[in-house]
Design a binder for this molecule. Structure first.
Ligand code: FES
Length: 309
């Protein structure tokens, strides 16, 4: 690799540095810059406006630098036609964007309400003491960054620990200590619901929109998530029908009382879409044969027109 002076990626874990103007010598090595430009072009091409690509580009920067570095801010600003202040304003708003070099594994302990009362505070305190670091700090070997997390919508597995956004359910102080020890030892670690844990830079590249092929690896929904669905099926329970609509004096409840569709039943967007002026005039719908246009639909899935008295 051609080497130029790189001041950001190898910087020590000091105070926040986001927004610091890129100084001379803070450019990326040529090979890295070339790949960044190529990847950035692919990301920007997904959006009608270049500036809309800022969030994934910030993840892309983290896939190289492990944080939103000054040179990364400059790269995003230059690529998207923004000021560095604008880039920094966005990067500092979201906690997923790091202001200093991150460890290979972000270990997040949920200490939000439910996880806290189920033991999350104990898990955090134990891991913090074991690693000798506090919130948003990184071990000296650069392997683990410890964080307190807000609710991860995984309360049915409280208390929850996440490693680079993969779940570790029903954590205990002992299991969390074992987890961080295995991560620091470079062991293969499988998530409770998800794939084998990847390092922070690899996951950041996925968040930038470049798939790693692991999306279907590992378990997905767990028993605690599915138990309600299973019980409702055993008892043939259904969601109640929609209440009567007040508009036009028409009912949203089908004659069989089931509403416009069972909960979870797939309905096409065209069934929900407002008619275009042409459709309103002719009565035609996109997937409807011309000889049926204007006739009364008979399926309960067909919306209010199928429920007229
Ligand atoms: S409170 Fe921890 S996942 Fe919801």
């Amino acid at each position: 690799m051609t080497t130029e002076s790189v001041t950001s990626a190898g910087a020590g874990r000091g105070p926040a540095v986001i927004g610091t103007p890129a100084a001379a010598g803070s450019l990326y090595p040529k090979e890295v810059a070339a790949r960044l430009r190529e990847d950035a072009a692919a990301v920007v091409a997904r959006y009608p406006e270049p500036r809309s690509a800022l969030l994934p580009l910030l993840h892309l920067i983290q896939s190289v630098d492990s944080f939103v570095s000054p040179r990364g801010v400059a790269f995003c600003a230059e690529t998207l036609g923004l000021s560095r202040a604008e880039v920094s304003a966005v990067a500092t708003f979201y906690s997923q964007y790091k202001r200093k070099p991150n460890g290979a594994y972000t270990v997040g302990v949920c200490t939000n309400t439910l996880c806290a009362v189920m033991g999350g505070d104990d898990v955090f305190a134990t891991v913090s003491a074991h690693l000798g670091i506090g919130n948003d700090e990184t071990t000296d070997d650069g392997q683990v960054t410890l964080e307190r997390l807000e609710c991860n919508a995984a309360c049915d597995y409280a208390p929850v620990v996440m490693v680079n956004w993969e779940f570790f359910d029903n954590a205990t102080p002992a299991s969390a200590v074992d987890l961080v020890d295995r991560l620091r030892a470079g062991e293969r670690v499988e998530a409770s619901r998800g794939p084998v844990v990847q390092d922070f830079k690899a996951v950041s590249r996925v968040l930038a929109g470049f798939e790693d092929g692991l999306v279907d690896d590992g378990p997905s929904a767990g028993e605690a998530t599915l138990v309600g669905l299973r019980i409702s099926r055993e008892h043939d329970w259904h969601a109640p029908a929609y209440p009567e609509a007040e508009h036009d004096g028409e009912s949203d409840v089908a004659e069989d009382g089931t509403g416009r569709g069972e909960v979870g039943e797939e309905q096409s967007s065209s069934e929900h879409a407002e008619p275009t002026p042409h459709e309103a005039t002719t009565g035609e719908r996109p997937d409807e044969p011309a000889d049926q246009a204007g006739t009364e639909p008979t399926s309960p899935k067909s919306g209010t027109e199928g429920t007229k008295e």
